[in-house]
Design a protein around this ligand. Structure first.
Ligand code: CA
Length: 228
């Protein structure tokens, strides 16, 4: 059965272009032209992936995404937006989005990301709740809350959460520093791979019994990190 993709986009030409190309790839598409109707279609279920424009009439894409995640809808969401401010990337991630593509985009890149997100969601088990155990603690992928050991339950800072989410989604595969920089930092400032290492140190302090001898958030020398 072909996968169903909901395209929430108010610009008719972009919507038609995206839908036509997805259909040519064998996907079925449903189009919604504003926030509330996108929300309605997404709630109706049977959707495998949502392409969500940020600037939408009545209700913006971030609001639509937050509303869905609050209701426990875990359908993968790829944000499409004309804006490329670091703040927007972080906001999209925090709202519960899975990926982010800036307009104007190449159709090849859009299709590649669509394939990747659908593949990833095929692998992902759907836990009854969003909580995932890591070392001596846990993180909740829906609420972004985390607890390390006996420490307090707190909302993870956006960058730490972004890194952890990538590692979890990779399901044990190596995630390179460059991919982490690209997906979590995006076009922001000029972070170095060393920046990623510093955030990983913070994550280890939270979740590892012995942060100096990590057994869960592992370094793959010269490449990046993986989660065990
Ligand atoms: Ca728009």
């Amino acid at each position: 059965m072909s996968r169903r993709i909901l395209v929430v986009e108010d610009e008719p030409r972009i919507a038609a272009l995206v839908c036509d190309n997805l259909e040519a790839e064998g996907y079925r598409t449903i189009h919604a032209a504003d926030g509330p109707s996108g929300l309605r279609e997404a709630r109706a279920g049977g959707i495998d992936l949502i392409l969500l424009d940020v600037m939408l009439p009545e209700m913006d894409g971030f609001e639509v995404c937050r509303a869905l995640r609050r209701e426990g809808v875990r359908t993968p969401i790829l944000f499409l937006t004309a804006r490329d401010l670091p703040h927007d990337r972080v906001q999209g991630l925090m709202a519960g989005g899975d990926d982010y593509l800036v307009k104007p985009f190449h159709l090849d890149e859009l299709l590649a990301r669509v394939h990747a997100l659908l593949r990833r969601s095929d692998w992902a088990e759907a836990p009854a709740e969003g909580k995932i155990r890591i070392g001596r603690g846990w993180v909740d992928l829906v609420t972004r809350e985390a607890q390390g050991g006996d420490g307090p339950v707190e909302t993870l800072p956006a960058k730490e959460f972004g890194i952890l989410k990538l590692l979890i989604e990779a399901r044990g595969a190596v995630v390179s520093r460059n991919e982490i920089l690209d997906r979590v930092w995006g076009g922001e400032a000029f972070p170095t791979p060393r920046t990623v290492d510093n955030f990983v140190v913070r994550l280890r302090r939270r979740f590892e019994e012995d942060p100096a001898a990590p057994r869960h958030i592992l370094t793959v020398r010269g490449v990046g990190y993986r989660l065990k």
